[in-house]
Design a protein around this ligand. Sequence first.
Ligand code: KIV
Length: 279
Amino acid sequence: MHKSVYDIIKMKKDGKKISAITSYDYTLASLCDKSGIDILLVGDSAGMVMLGYENTIPVTMEQMCMFTEAVSRARKNALLVADLPFMSYQASIEDAIKNSGRLIKAGADAIKLEGGVSMSETISAIVDIGIPVMGHIGLQPQTTMLSEGYKVQGRTKETAIKLIEDAKELEEAGVFSIVLEMTSHEVAQIISETVSVPIIGIGSGVGCNGQVLVVQDLLGMFEKIKPKFAKRYLNLSEDIVKALENYKKDVEIGMFPAKENWFSMDDEEFKKLREQIGS
Ligand code: KIV
């Protein structure tokens, strides 16, 4: 049986740190799940790391459903959370409920959406119909990209207070946890101690109740952006390019395929074939 939102809430109560990682495809999601990581997040960062967009704005519901279906086929242990993409929930509560339902039908256990106080009514409505919601405050890529760009949040007293209010409002609206992206570590620590639901940080310091990273950043596979907050545990892009160069060389010099990589006819059958075609 895979983890539930209640298991994640209990981890905070028991003082256990929560690990989360993004996943978008079957192969990598199988490995992420096997590692025992608590939450697989089908993030709309898929737009950049899987589809090559500049930001998350072009991502569609169809794309998010396809990624969610692939990850759900791989998932055995972790909780599966999927992102509502830009403009799939902002225009109306009806849109938000309908599109949350689509992600649940695609295999997610819960959905995530960006926004603080302004999204609390929408969040309550989704929670009321029985769909668990993960909030997302601090840097909100779907909208901050339209104005200030990537910028650390909550560095002044005023902005820190606004973040604390957002977190409290989301808790009140019924979220089971909150992603806190790229805030000062001081405000992240205060929010983690103030609200009862788990705070999952990304670039928000060690005081959060858990951490989330984009899997390509952790594995060193994404060259375009290298965020300061993402620790690289591998340098896979180098290894992958090296392996592909070796493959190309082997093909060119006839070292691949070798005997162990091909299939043979039965000797008798081959003899008969040669007799028939006269070679
Ligand atoms: O889309 C995503 O990957 C996310 C994480 C950065 C939390 O929302």
